[in-house]
Ligand binder design. Structure first.
Ligand SMILES: Cc1ncc(COP(=O)(O)O)c(C=O)c1O
Length: 416
């Protein structure tokens, strides 16, 4: 390791809060699906900053949009109109109302108008989603405020989104948790009906169901298309808001602009972040106009949310994804990735859609695999001992997938 890297480690250890266990590398340059570390070593990136660098690192179109904006104005607040914000929201509305087949091929549009609130992260987008749903409950459901999510879900690290997160491990030590949340097993229709029809006293009457189409942080566990259709129908019959958390699955990650489109459903509220601005911090919560219009001045806000830099980066990212037909590329490369992963030794199952994939191993070597991966130039990610999660930049090529899988296969054989 170089002195520059040693110094980075020393400073981090001394002055940065240790909320993450860090891997021993500092990346200083990136292009497409490749990263270069401080010592000049090359890596293939199959994490993309946890699913954020959708167009790949430092994409020229996003860089250009940001450079132009850097020279003009950065932050004026949401008291004023902001360049690019309206165009960005319109583009999002078009993407949100897109219809696709089960692979993600575009088939048309529902014509729904979606209105967005811009935030800076996924957790903030979900906070907004929870507020819109509770406003819906207040105005349309006699004050119902309960929200039912799924076990093993992940919705963020703020207190309300932790409460919505159906994993007890995240609730320890930081209580009391905000009230009004319950979780039921994913893909269990009866459990959901029970939680809505007989909510606990702590949850109270339910105003919304909140789901990920694929539980990314939980281990890449997809909701079945039938379950998503059932939930949509149930929410419609009972007048509940359906919130789909697309923070990890959205923005073409699963082939379609948003993963709910694979199941042929349309939610009421959608949260997003990660890939929306190619890694520039930005997020949004969008709602169908009927719900969005219940939010009035003073109800919600964010100093930075949707500022001039974020709006420029997000607009350039989305426009480029559309112009370059990224959905079609993701469908093809995602299928290739799934096929190659399934053929690796000790992989018993490959889950997910598009370029969000989980490989289940029958040996608990996921942690050392990620560590050894770095030594052979692979940026990998694991969830627990036996799940590898793949979230490459959407621009990843079949040749890069082949290179990663060839190296990974050898590492698995070495460690198993
Ligand atoms: C589905 C989902 N929701 C919310 C979040 C939280 O996003 P952020 O870390 O940007 O707050 C994540 C992050 O991994 C996520 O995967």
């Amino acid at each position: 390791m170089s002195r520059a890297f040693d110094e980075a480690v020393k400073l981090d250890n001394e002055y940065v809060m240790h909320t993450y266990g860090r891997l021993p590398v500092e990346f200083v340059h990136g292009a497409g699906a490749e990263l270069i570390d401080v010592d000049g070593n090359r890596y293939l990136d199959f994490l993309a900053g946890i699913g954020c660098a959708s167009l790949g690192h430092a994409h020229p179109k996003v860089t250009e949009a940001l450079m132009q904006q850097l020279d003009r104005v950065w932050q004026v607040s949401n008291y004023y109109y902001v360049e690019n914000r309206g165009e960005l929201a319109k583009l999002l509305s078009e993407l949100l109302s897109t219809t696709t087949d089960e692979q993600g091929n575009v088939t048309g549009s529902t014509g729904t108008v979606w209105k967005s609130f811009f935030s800076n992260s996924g957790a903030e987008s979900n906070e907004g989603a929870i507020k819109v749903a509770r406003r819906w409950g207040e105005k349309r459901l006699n004050g119902a405020a309960g929200i039912v999510s799924a076990r093993q879900s992940f919705h963020g690290r703020t207190l309300a989104t932790l409460s919505a997160t159906g994993q007890d491990v995240f609730h320890k030590s930081f209580g009391p948790m905000p009230a009004g949340f319950a979780s039921v097993p994913l893909n269990d229709a009866d459990a959901l009906v029970e939680a809505i029809e007989h909510p606990s006293e702590a949850t109270g009457p339910v105003c919304a169901v909140m789901l990920e189409c694929v539980q990314g942080e939980g281990g890449v566990w997809p909701a079945t298309f039938d379950y998503l259709r059932f939930v949509r129908d149930l929410c419609t019959r009972k007048g509940l808001a359906l919130i789909i958390d697309e923070v990890q699955t959205g923005i073409f990650r699963c082939g379609a602009p948003f993963a709910y489109q694979l199941a042929g459903i349309e939610p009421d509220i959608v949260s997003m972040a990660k890939g929306i601005a190619d890694g520039f911090p930005a997020g949004a919560v969008a709602a169908r106009a009927e719900l969005a219009d219940l939010m009035v001045p003073g109800d919600h806000g964010s100093t930075f949310g949707g500022n001039a830099l974020a709006a420029a980066a997000a607009r350039a990212t989305l426009q480029t994804l559309v112009d370059e037909h990224m959905g079609e590329h993701v469908i093809a490369t995602g299928a290739h990735l799934a096929e190659r992963l399934a053929a690796l030794p000790h992989v018993t199952e490959v889950r997910g859609h598009g370029l969000l994939r989980g490989a289940q191993l029958d040996v608990p070597i996921a942690t050392p695999l990620v560590e050894r991966g770095l030594e052979v130039g692979l940026v990998l990610n694991h969830i627990g001992d036996s799940i590898l999660r793949f979230l490459p930049p959407l621009v990843v090529t079949e040749a890069q997938i082949d290179e990663m899988c060839d190296k990974l296969g050898k590492l698995i054989e070495e460690l198993a």
